[in-house]
Design a protein around this ligand. Structure first.
Ligand code: AMP
Ligand code: MG
Length: 401
């Protein structure tokens, strides 16, 4: 049986980097950039005035001049004026520094009488003060964003400032989320005593959406070899990533591995030494489709989706890998089986600035109600049984940040 690390490695090794597409910058938030965004111009593109006031020449000021006739007014967006000797130009925040000016005196430190500005006697003017010099943030051509960056609202400002409206981005992978099981009934259908509502499909779709994968559709297939064969063949023809849940354990109706194999999906692994999620199956379709068959138990399905599917999609979209996160256990945990334990946790922080993980008990791996309010899960290595409070452990958040 593979360890959790071996399973993740096998998933990533089977995952190619998918192609790119052209996306409107206005629709790019959350998606993965696959090009370099270069600075269109220096930033600021001109010596930018940072205060409302007057612009004057340092040489006039050091010569002792304190009263300056107003030559003109230049606001943000006005073309650059040239300052005449001995005069000043009324200037507004965001304007380009007039030619010949190199000092700004804030409006609060002058009085204007008959179009002559007088500087307050106790105000000391400094050369270049309140001027944001051209190119001091970055130079034209600088690589502001690089491939692999997941676009945030902060990046949108950079993209817009570079005059870019179309971006080369990772194609949102075509994903099918497939719930299998005779007992499953959708939220809007009448339900019998012996049936259960389909919760994995909607939860997996939501987890994918929270990681910005939105080209995902859901299907439900009964535990029936003919139906599974027909529908899975269709999904394999139409999608790049299949995420099934249910039907991968040892029960007589657990047909998924054999049906997938018969459809030409190469089995890469079945079972991982972990709890929850031990029965997970993973394979690669004839056209390179990634096929994740998650256990049906709701906690297992979500943990396996977060642990293996999300990193695979990140690689497929060319996203830059995120640094591992750690947290300190809030209380001791003991876990005896020779398996990695993925323990759901709520996160807190302490006065030392540490992230603290408070274990939340789930009744069984079917107890999905207990997951609500958890932020993720921590990874307790299988070699160890007792984990005292304050033990540092790997943290996996449900939702990336
Ligand atoms: P299985 O892996 O098919 O043996 O299912 C394990 C358990 O998870 C059973 O109790 C199923 O009824 C339940 N289960 C399977 N699929 C789902 C689903 N999509 N939503 C909620 N529970 C499910
Ligand atoms: Mg089942």
């Amino acid at each position: 049986m593979l360890t959790t690390a071996e399973a993740l490695e096998a998933v990533l090794a089977a995952t190619p980097v998918f192609a790119t597409e052209n996306v409107d910058a206005s629709k790019s938030t959350g998606r993965v950039l696959r090009q370099i965004i270069r600075a269109e111009r220096d930033q600021p593109p001109f010596d930018r005035v940072m205060m409302d006031g007057i612009a004057l020449s340092w040489s006039d000021y050091v010569a002792g001049q304190r009263s300056f006739p107003l030559q003109a007014m230049q606001a943000a967006g006005d073309a650059v004026l040239t300052l005449e000797q001995g005069k000043c130009i009324e200037i507004m925040t965001g304007a380009a520094l007039p030619v010949g000016a190199n000092c700004i005196v804030p409006v609060e430190r002058i009085t204007v009488v008959d179009d002559v500005a007088e500087i307050e006697s106790d105000y000391s003017v400094k050369k270049d003060r309140f001027v944001h010099p051209q190119g001091s943030d970055y130079a034209k051509g600088a690589h502001l964003l690089t491939p692999g960056k997941r676009i945030s609202p902060l990046d949108i400002a950079i993209i817009a400032s570079c005059g870019v409206s179309k971006l080369e981005m990772a194609r949102d992978p075509a994903v099918r989320v497939i719930s299998t099981g005779n007992e499953l009934v959708a939220a809007d259908a009448v339900i019998e005593l012996h049936q259960i509502r389909t919760s994995n499909g909607p939860a997996v779709l939501s987890l994918l959406a929270s990681h910005d994968y939105r080209r995902c559709e859901h299907d439900h297939i009964a535990d029936d070899v003919a139906a599974l064969t027909e529908r899975l063949a269709q999904h394999l023809a139409e999608a790049e990533v299949l995420i099934l849940s249910g039907g991968v354990s040892m029960g007589k109706a657990d047909y998924i591995p054999s049906v997938l194999t018969a459809l030409g999906v190469e089995a890469i692994f079945h079972k991982i030494s972990q709890r929850p999620g031990k029965p997970m199956w993973f394979g690669k379709g004839p056209q390179g489709q990634l096929v994740f068959a998650l256990p049906g138990n709701p906690v297992s399905a979500l943990v396996c989706c977060r642990q293996y599917v999300i990193p695979a999609l990140a690689k497929a979209t060319g996203a830059t890998t995120v640094a591992p996160e750690f947290a300190a256990l809030a209380s001791s945990v003991s876990f005896k089986p020779d398996l990695t334990c993925f323990q759901p946790v709520k996160l807190l922080s302490n006065a030392a600035g540490q992230v603290i993980a408070m274990p939340v008990k789930t009744n069984t791996s079917g107890d999905f109600a207990a997951l609500s309010g958890t932020d993720g899960y921590v990874e307790l290595p299988k070699e160890q049984t007792n984990f005292p409070a304050a033990t540092p452990v790997f943290l996996h958040r449900w939702i990336a940040h």
